[in-house]
Design a protein around this ligand. Structure first.
Ligand code: C5P
Length: 307
C-alpha cells in the first residue's frame, strides 16, 4: 500500500454513511393494557424502500453532536443521539462522534422513522467501532430506548409482540398483488402515546388478525385486504378528520382498500402493478397530498420473493 492509498483508506474510515429504512404495519392487534402502562401487541411489520441517510464522522471532542436537515430535530433528545450515548455509556467509551441526519421519512407519521434512525445508529457504531456487543446487548439497548427499535435491528418482515420489542423474523415472502405501496401522509402529526390512550376495550383483539396474516405469509396463501386489521385505526379516523378525509380520498382515487400504518397518520394501500399505483399516486398528488410510491424490501436490503 502506498502512502497515498493509506491516507485515502484512513479518510474513508473517518466517515460512514448508512441508510435507515421506514416500515409499515401490515396488521396491528392491540391485545390489552399492561400493568406497566404499555399495551400488549401483535403486529406484522415490513421495512419499505423509503429511507433517511445518516452520516457518522469522528469528532475531536468527547461528545456527540447532531445536525439534521430538519432543524427542529437537531437536539440531544433525538433518538440517534440517545442511541450513541447509550453505547458510549455502556462501554465507557471516550470517543467523540458527529452525526448528520438527512430526513426523508415523514416525522411522527407511523412509519417508524425515529426508531429506525436509532437502530441504524446502534448497528453503524457496532460495525464501525468494532464493539464487543452481542445482538442481545444491542437488543437490550434498543428496547430500552423505544418499543419499535428492536424490529429495525433486523428489519425485513417480522411478527413483533410484547410491547413491540419481541421479534420473530418471518421469511421474506410477500404477496405479488401487494407488490407496490402507495403511502399518504396527512398534513398533521400524531402522538403515539395519545393514540394508545384513546383506545377503548372494543378496539382490542386477541391477536388473531396478525396470526392469520403470519400464517398466510408463511404458507404463501392469499392475504385479503379485509384481513389486515389495525386496532388503532378506528380511534385515529374518529379523532382526526384530516385522516378520515384522506382515507375517503384514497378510495375515491382508486385504492381498493386503505389501512393506517402504526399509530398513523400515514395511510397505505397496495397494488399489483406500477401503472395502477402510479395512477392513484398522481390523483392524490393533484389534490395536494404528500404521497410516496414505494415497495417492501428485505432485511439487509436484499430482494424479497413475491408469491
Ligand atoms: O416505546 P415508545 O416510547 O416508542 O412508545 C411511545 C408511547 O406509545 C408509550 O409511551 C406508550 O404511551 C405508547 N405505547 C403503548 N404500548 C406499546 C407501545 C407504545 O402504550 N406497546
Amino acid at each position: 500500500m502506498t502512502r497515498d492509498d493509506h491516507a485515502s483508506s484512513e479518510a474513508i474510515n473517518k466517515v460512514r454513511f448508512v441508510r435507515s429504512y421506514a416500515k409499515i404495519n401490515l396488521t396491528l392487534d392491540v391485545l390489552g393494557k399492561r400493568p406497566d402502562g404499555y399495551h400488549e401487541l401483535a403486529t406484522i411489520m415490513q421495512t419499505i424502500d423509503l429511507y433517511d441517510t445518516l452520516c457518522f464522522s469522528i469528532l475531536d471532542e468527547d461528545r456527540v453532536s447532531m445536525v439534521c436537515n430538519r432543524p427542529e430535530l437537531s437536539n440531544e433528545h433525538n433518538l440517534v443521539v440517545r442511541a450513541a450515548q447509550a453505547i458510549r455509556q455502556k462501554l465507557g467509551l471516550i470517543r467523540g462522534l458527529a452525526i448528520e441526519l438527512n430526513k426523508r421519512i415523514p416525522v411522527a407519521a407511523g412509519l417508524g422513522g425515529g426508531s429506525s434512525n436509532a437502530a441504524a445508529t446502534l448497528l453503524a457504531l457496532q460495525h464501525w467501532w468494532q464493539l464487543p456487543l452481542s445482538m442481545h446487548d444491542l437488543w437490550e439497548i434498543a428496547s430500552s430506548l423505544g418499543s419499535d427499535i428492536p424490529f429495525f435491528l433486523t428489519g425485513g418482515l417480522a411478527l413483533c409482540e410484547g410491547r413491540g420489542e419481541q421479534i420473530t423474523p418471518l421469511a421474506a415472502h410477500w404477496p405479488a398483488p401487494m407488490r407496490w405501496l402507495v403511502l399518504l401522509k396527512p398534513a398533521i402529526s400524531v402522538s403515539t402515546a395519545t393514540v394508545f390512550r384513546q383506545l377503548t376495550a372494543s378496539d382490542y383483539s386477541n391477536g388473531s388478525w396478525s396470526r392469520a396474516a403470519e400464517t398466510a405469509l408463511q404458507t404463501r396463501s392469499a392475504l385479503h385486504p379485509d384481513d389486515l386489521y389495525n386496532s388503532l385505526e378506528r380511534g385515529v379516523l374518529e379523532q382526526y378528520p384530516e385522516v378520515a378525509q384522506a382515507h375517503t380520498d384514497m378510495l375515491q382515487a382508486g385504492a381498493s382498500f386503505v389501512r393506517l400504518s402504526g399509530s398513523g397518520p400515514t395511510l397505505f394501500s397496495t397494488f399489483a402493478t406500477l401503472p395502477a399505483a402510479t395512477r392513484v399516486q398522481q390523483h392524490l398528488q393533484a389534490r395536494g397530498y404528500e404521497v410516496y410510491l414505494t415497495r417492501p424490501i428485505a432485511a439487509n436490503n436484499s430482494e424479497i420473493s413475491f408469491f
